[in-house]
Structure formats: C-alpha cells, structure tokens
Write a protein that binds this ligand. Structure first.
Ligand SMILES: Nc1ncnc2c1ncn2[C@@H]1O[C@H](COP(=O)(O)OP(=O)(O)O)[C@@H](O)[C@H]1O
Ligand SMILES: [Mg+2]
Length: 531
C-alpha cells in the first residue's frame, strides 16, 4: 500500500529533518570548538610549566651526570613545582638519554602531535573527532631551550577536568538544541501553514467546489505573495469559465428553440405540401370522373360503351376512396386505446398475411429473433399496417432489383437506445453526433422490428425524401407514396421511431423502434402481491 502524505505532513517532516540536522551540526561544532580551546589552554599551561622548570634548573652543572650532588636540589625543587601544578607523572632525562628523576610511570603511547616548536612538543593521546579531547597530553620539552644539547623533561597532562567539563557542556548543548528544534519546528509549521498550506488548501477546496458545479465559488487567499497572485489568477480563470459556461448554456437554449422553430416550419411546410399533394392526387381522378360524367350525360354510344365508362368511373372513384381512406386511418383516433401488444406475434401475423399476396410470388420471407418480445403500448391493427407497408416495400425493391436471391429478412428483439433520440425523430441518422442531452439520458429499452431486403436500395437523394407524403418512385397506380409517411406518423404517435440504412444496388433495412411499455412493472408488482 502506498502511504499518501499531505503537503503539511511532508513539509513538517522536511522541517524536522533540516532543523535536527542543522542544530545537531552546530552542537557538534560548538562542542569541538570548546574542546579545542580547552586543550589549547592546557598547552599554554604546559609551556609555562616547562619555562618554570627551565628557570629552576638553570643552575645545574653537568647535564649528563645524574649523580652530581649539586644537581639534586634544583631537580627535586622542580619536581615539587611540577607536583604543585598537578603534574604527577614525569621523567627528567639527561642529554645522554638516562633517566635522572622519575615519578609515576610514563607510557609512551602514540598519539597525534598537536604542537611542536622544537623545544616543546605536545602529543594528544586518544583524541579524535568523536573521541573528544583525548585521555591526556604527552609533553616532551628540552630542558635548555632549542638548539642546545640538553636533557629532556617528559610529563603527562591529564585531561580529566576537560572531559568532565565537556560532558556538562554536551548535556547543556543537547538540551538547548532540543529546545531550539522545538521552537524552530513550531514556528516553521505555524508560518508555513499561514503562508503556504492554508492558501493551497483554500485553492484546492475552491477548485473542488467549482468542479463540483458551484461555478460562482472563488478562492479566498488574501496573501500578498505568489500564492495570493496564483489565487487571483485562479479566480479570474474561474470567472472566465463561469462566463463561458453561461454563454454556452444560453447558446444551447437558443439553439434548441431555433431547432424547435425549424421543426415547426418544416412541419408547416409538410402540411402545406400534404394539402397540395392531396389536391393533386385527388385532382387527377376527379378530372377523369368529370370527363366520364360529361360523356355519359351527353348519352354517348351504346350499352357496352356506357358500361365501360361506368367501370372506369368506379375505378377512379376507387382511387380517390383509397387515398381518402388511408388518410382517415391516420387521422382517426384509434378505435381502441393503446394496449399491451407482443410485437413478435404481430410480425408473424403480418408475414403470413403478405405471404399470399401476389407481390410476394417467388419471394421468401425469413423471420428470426425473439419468439416473444416485451409488451409495448400500441394499437395492434396499426402496427400490423406498418409492418405490412415495410414488407411490401421490401418485396417491391427485391422485384425491382431482379437479382437471383429474392429474400426478405425480418427480425424482432430488444435494444437499448437513448430516450431523446426517440423524442427527436428528425435526428434519425445514427451518424449524427449525439447531443449532450442524449449522452446524459439514461438508456431505455426498445422493442425493434427490422425488415431487410437485398433489393434495389436507394440513391442518397431518394433516401432523403422517402418519408414525405406522395413521394414514390413507383408507376402511377402501383404506389401512392403514402406508405412510409403514414407508417412514420403511426410509430411517432406511440413514442417510437423508424430508422433505415440503404445502399444503392445492395439493399435496404428499415427498423421500427417502440418503447417498452411502462405499465409492465406495476402489473407484475400486483401479481406479486396477489400471490
Ligand atoms: N425497401 C425499400 N427499398 C428501396 N426503396 C424503398 C424501400 N422502401 C421504400 N422505398 C422508396 O421509398 C418510396 C416511398 O415508399 P412508400 O412511402 O412506401 O410509398 P410507395 O411504396 O407507395 O412508393 C418508394 O417509392 C421507394 O422509392
Ligand atoms: Mg409502400
């Protein structure tokens, strides 16, 4: 697991580390300096002592003769003086190297030479960076000064007092270092919090609130430093973002209303076109009817001719009747309110109904997919009409194409689609970019019926017009151009949509989507209670 430290914890850790290291180093240096100074004073003292002994023994006769009686007195006086200054381990050595007076035992250990003037040499024994000032100083002094053949005095200066002092100094420094660290860390944290952490946290919180949707939020960082400037820039940026988003929202609203307007004007145009179409479609047979009546009223020809005219009359009236009835079918409110319908069984019925139709001679219809689909709310008769329309169109397209394979495939099933696509059927193409509303809309279940054929397909131009009333590519008498128009108005009325895809020379597929009925859940719940 990765441990995540906040900025405060990281900074505190940094401060503690730096402070401890800094104060530790300063403490170590101070102790070393004090030690060095103390040893320095010991060396000066040793120098004085040596000068005193030289003075006291300056009257000695012959350096090499230890046994000379005159020498004994100054030597013992010098020894007494040494003892007086606290030096109780020493040796007087004559110029020949023989010890003439000794007290205690000098162990000639090796150490570091810390002072050497020729006549006086001081060796520190047991000292070092971490070992402190060492155990003692080993002093070697010429009895008669430099350059003269002389005897030697060697003695030990114990450093016990310095060592004792230093342990006190160390404790003292350690205590102050600890105290200093606490004070520095406390102040450091306080100032860091005020200067860095709190402003950064305020910025972070503001950013979070803004990204959470509160666009009016701003970071409150009054500091007059880079962080304050950063917060000010942040606030300016947030203001810009807020403005931009508001503009976008406004533009979006405008766009939606424009779109609605466009739809309305398109609908009006369609209605106008529809009226013109009706006038045109009915006008032709009506004209013929007039003509026939004219001829008949003039009493032209014999019985056979009259009969022929009447038959033609009936045919034209029949054409008018078909058109009017088809429109009435759409306009008339359904005889039954929408009720739960199993689409797959309606499709099966429609398929067996068209199978005997003359247009389906030599064409095989395959049905696949779900044997039972969720119930949808629709008028069964109208749904059958839609499916038959699509099947007939497919059959005509297959006939037109004159290919070897003359098959029509029908499939039923359930598919998820965004709700809004169904509510905005004018966006019928799947290749159109989805709107924000569509993306955010929860997906909904739709029952679909697809009718696919390997027929003629359509050109791009044709495919744009097929839902318009009276648009047909078929000969007069074999197509009214109302099939898809009526089918679409039926499906739209029940909250569904018709989509299609086509490729000229390859075939087309038409898909009807119907929303799965909403009553299903309560009905099931009732059953559950009843059980
Ligand atoms: N499956 C299809 N394959 C090719 N073209 C089709 C298909 N379905 C419809 N169309 C085209 O759409 C036009 C309009 O169809 P529709 O509204 O049913 O009227 P109609 O069938 O009376 O012509 C057709 O004339 C045809 O050009
Ligand atoms: Mg048709």
């Amino acid at each position: 697991m990765k441990l995540i430290l906040g900025i405060r914890a990281q900074l505190v850790a940094g401060i503690v580390l730096l402070t401890t290291a800094g104060i530790g180093l300063i403490g170590f240096l101070s102790v070393n300096i004090v030690e060095t100074r103390s040893v320095y004073w010991k060396i000066i003292e040793a120098g004085h002592t040596v000068r005193l002994v030289r003075f006291m023994t300056s009257g000695m006769k012959e350096q090499s003769l230890a046994g000379v009686a005159d020498n004994l007195k100054p030597l013992s006086l010098a020894a007494a003086a040494l003892r007086e200054v606290g030096i109780d381990t020493f040796e007087f050595i004559d110029a020949g190297g023989a010890v003439i007076l000794r007290q205690g035992k000098l162990s000639r250990e090796v150490g570091k030479v810390i002072y050497d003037s020729g006549a006086l040499k001081v060796i520190s024994v047991g000292s070092g960076w971490l070992a402190g000032p060492g155990e003692y100083l080993y002093v070697i002094a010429a009895m008669r000064g430099e350059g003269v053949k002389s005897g030697k005095l060697e003695f030990i200066v114990p450093l016990t007092d310095i060592n004792n002092d230093m342990s006190v100094v160390r404790q003292f420094i350690f205590f102050y270092a600890l105290l200093d660290s606490f004070i520095i860390i406390a102040f450091g944290i306080y100032f860091l919090s005020r200067l860095v952490i709190n402003p950064v946290r305020a910025l972070e919180a503001a950013a979070k609130r803004i990204s959470g949707g509160a666009l009016g939020e701003r970071a409150d960082v009054p500091a007059e430093n880079e962080l304050g400037a950063l917060a000010a820039s942040f606030n300016v940026m947030a203001g810009r973002v807020e403005e931009e988003i508001k503009t976008l929202e406004r533009m979006n609203l405008e766009l939606v209303s424009k779109e609605e307007e466009l739809l309305r004007s398109k609908t009006l145009a369609a209605v106008g076109g529809l009226a013109a179409g009706i006038a045109h479609e009915i006008g032709n047979p009506l004209g013929a009817v007039h003509g026939y009546i004219d001829i008949l009223s003039k009493g032209a020809g014999g019985k056979a001719e009259e009969k022929d005219l009447l038959e033609r009359l009936a045919k034209e009236v029949g054409r008018i009747d078909v058109i009017v009835r088809e429109f009435l079918d759409v306009a008339r409110p359904s005889s039954r309110p929408p009720h739960p319908v199993d689409v797959s069984s309606v499709v099966k019925e429609a398929v067996s109904a068209v199978a005997v139709h003359k247009d389906f001679k030599g064409i095989s219809v395959t049905v696949k997919g779900a044997t039972q689909t969720p119930l949808v709310a629709i008028d069964e008769g109208k749904l059958r009409q839609v499916v038959i329309n699509l099947l007939l169109n497919a059959a005509h397209a297959v006939k037109d194409a004159r290919k070897d394979v003359s098959a029509v495939m029908v499939e039923t099933g359930v598919r998820k689609r965004p709700v809004t696509r169904a509510l905005m059927p004018h966006r019928r193409r799947d290749d159109q970019p989805a709107t924000a509303a569509e993306v955010s809309a929860p997906e909904k279940d739709y029952v679909f019926v697809s009718v696919a054929d390997a027929g003629s397909g359509m050109t791009e131009q044709e495919s744009r017009k097929i839902f318009e009333p009276f648009f047909t590519t078929k000969e007069v008498g074999s197509g009214t151009g109302l099939g898809l128009f009526i089918s679409q108005s039926i499906i739209k009325a029940y909250g569904g949509v018709i989509e299609f895809a086509t490729k000229q020379g390859e075939g087309s597929v038409f898909i009807v989507f119907l929303p799965v009925g909403q009553w299903q859940e309560p009905e099931r719940a009732e059953n559950a209670v009843g059980e």
